[in-house]
Every structure is written in structure tokens, then in C-alpha cells.
Ligand binder design. Structure first.
Ligand code: FAD
Length: 291
């Protein structure tokens, strides 16, 4: 088994592609998601992350998927959120992850559900508070979220970067970015992070466009800009799902090659649980990701 700590993977010179999965809704069939894990594992991502429903709504399924990832001999990164969580709940989840051999946690605040007051968050107001707590609970490798275009609640990008520093002070080992469709946004962000003295590894997050209405809705929620060439592609193929998927895989591949050419060894793909998407990208990168 290769190393299970993601920070060690990120420190190596090997080019690697990781990907994100989300668990099924509680009460629905888990088996299909476990099979998706097995299929994605065949293209050998360097690690797989498993999202967590804010408020703990997916806790059992998230843990089951993370275990399935590790059972495929691939390191799992389990997401964990603050929303409505207290120390007892987090301790419980950490104990379950530890029992399954999971050493990597992406510690997040989570999106605050509509109508919930911020001070009803629970024991942890921010991701950095959760990170401090996780550090006390064992030898976990901890990741955090980063926002090249600023988090929607941050007053400015400068404020966002100042707040990202709290994650570094809490001992975050690496950062994974929100999606972006113009690499110059990321390069500009990296410059600003370095200027602010933040130099933990940053993993760029890439979302291949495969569903026009879905991508536009996600971008509106996250404040992600759609550059003209990306918007033109989405609009041109909006009613042709197979064509949009092909174009989306090609666009994402172009972004990834540019990132690797400019010095990033590791890129994370938001796969939307579709093995053929990461499969298509990995096929396009077959020589680039070879040892
Ligand atoms: P925080 O770091 O707490 O930041 C939230 C806001 O508060 C930001 O505006 C920040 O600038 C500000 N802030 C931070 N610290 C302070 C402070 N000390 N004082 C004042 N302001 C502060 N959501 C899920 O529910 N489940 C998931 O699995 C999930 N996975 C994700 C994976 C990635 C890679 C990314 C980028 C996001 C993910 N999200 C997930 C969404 C994420 O939870 C939301 O974007 C959430 O709104 C912010 O999370 P955070 O961890 O960045 O929070």
C-alpha cells in the first residue's frame, strides 16, 4: 500500500490526479455508490475525497464510501463539517474514521442551511476551530478549502486570504481550491497567498462541465466566474449532453495540462460521481501521469 498521508503524496514530484465523490442521500441505495468507487479506483487516482453533508446528514454513508476507497488500496480524504457539530459528535466520527484506517480529513465549516443563524452553528464557528480540535484528537493529515475568487461571504479577496491564514495557524497541511475556469485566476491567487506568507501546498480543483444548468447553478452559488470561451462552450452544447461531456472533458484536460506545465504536480477533479469523466481525463493524460 502506498503512503496514506496526502501531504506525503503532495510533496512527491510525481504528477497525480485525485477526485471527489459524494455519498448518496440517506435512505437511498449505497451499493451503486460503492460500485462507482470501484470503477473510479481502476483509473488509479492518487487519492479520493468523500464529501460530508453539512449537519452530519450523510455521516454513515460518507464513512462507508471512504472505507470502500481505502479497501481499493487508495488513500481516502474524508470531508468533515462544523455545522451543528459538537465535540462529542466530532470525536465519534473521528473514532470511526480512525477505526477504518483513514488518516486524512478535509475540515470545513459547511454551508449554513437557509434560515439557520450563524451563532446556532454548534461548537465550531469556522473551519479553523474544527482543525484545532482535530489536531488534538490524533495524528491526522488535515486539508482545508481555499477560494481563488474569494469565498462568497468574504468582503474582499484580501479579507478572504487573511481568513485563510487562520487555517494555516490551525495547522492545516494543504489546501484544495474551489473550482475555477480560468487558470490566470489561480496564478494570481497563488501570488497573493505567497505575498501573505501562506505556502502550504495548494491543490487546484477542476470541475469538468457536463451539465449546463447544473454548472451555471453551482457557479452562481459559489460566485465562480464563467470566462467567455467556457460560457460559449456550455451554451453551444447545452442541449447536447454527450457533446457537452466531450467538450467539458477536453476543456478540463486543457486546464490541467496548463497547471502541470506551470509547476503544479497535483490536481483534484470534481467528478460528480461519474467514472467516465475522470476516465476520459486520465486517458487524455496517460503519458503525463506515467511514472
Ligand atoms: P471557513 O473557513 O469557516 O470560512 C467561511 C467564511 O468565514 C469565509 O468567508 C471566511 O473568509 C470567513 N472566515 C473564516 N475564518 C474566519 C474567522 N476566524 N473570523 C471571521 N471570518 C472567518 N461543504 C459541505 O457541506 N460538505 C463538503 O463535503 C464540502 N466540501 C468542500 C470541498 C472543497 C474543496 C470546497 C472548496 C468546499 C467544500 N464545501 C463543502 C463547501 C464549504 O463548506 C463552504 O464553501 C463553506 O461556506 C465554507 O467552508 P470553509 O471550510 O471555507 O469555512
Amino acid at each position: 500500500m502506498q503512503t496514506r498521508k496526502i501531504i506525503d503524496i503532495l510533496k512527491s514530484d510525481k504528477v497525480g490526479i485525485s477526485c471527489e465523490l459524494f455519498p448518496p442521500k440517506q435512505g437511498t441505495e449505497l451499493q451503486n455508490s460503492l460500485e462507482i468507487v470501484n470503477k473510479i479506483a481502476q483509473v488509479q487516482p492518487s487519492y479520493m475525497s468523500v464529501t460530508y453533508g453539512a449537519g452530519g446528514s450523510t455521516v454513515g454513508y460518507s464513512a462507508a464510501l471512504a472505507k470502500q476507497v481505502q479497501d481499493n488500496d487508495i488513500p481516502a480524504l474524508a470531508h468533515l463539517t462544523c455545522v451543528k457539530a459538537d465535540e462529542t459528535k466530532i470525536k465519534e466520527v473521528l473514532a470511526q474514521l480512525k477505526a477504518n484506517g483513514i488518516e486524512n480529513i478535509l475540515a470545513l465549516r459547511g454551508d449554513i442551511p437557509a434560515g439557520m443563524e450563524k451563532d446556532a452553528m454548534g461548537s465550531f464557528a469556522h473551519a479553523s476551530d474544527l482543525m484545532h480540535f482535530i489536531k488534538e484528537q490524533g495524528d491526522f493529515c488535515i486539508g482545508g478549502a481555499a477560494y481563488p475568487e474569494g469565498h462568497p461571504e468574504s468582503g474582499s479577496l484580501a479579507q478572504d486570504i487573511a481568513n485563510t491564514r487562520y487555517k494555516v495557524e490551525a495547522g492545516v497541511d494543504f489546501l484544495v481550491t474551489q473550482m475555477f475556469f480560468d487558470n490566470t485566476i489561480l496564478y494570481n491567487y497563488m501570488f497573493r497567498l505567497l505575498q501573505a506568507g501562506i505556502n502550504v501546498p495548494v491543490v487546484p480543483g477542476i470541475m469538468p462541465a457536463t451539465n449546463a444548468s447544473q454548472i451555471i447553478r453551482i457557479c452562481q452559488l459559489s460566485g465562480t466566474k464563467l470566462p467567455p470561451q467556457f460560457r460559449a462552450m456550455v451554451e453551444r452544447f447545452a442541449d447536447k449532453p454527450a457533446a457537452l461531456k466531450q467538450a467539458g472533458i477536453a476543456y478540463a484536460t486543457g486546464q490541467i495540462i496548463d497547471l502541470i506545465a506551470n509547476g503544479f504536480n497535483h490536481v483534484h477533479i470534481y467528478t460528480m460521481n461519474r467514472p467516465e469523466i475522470i476516465g476520459g481525463i486520465m486517458a487524455n493524460l496517460s503519458e503525463i501521469v506515467k511514472d
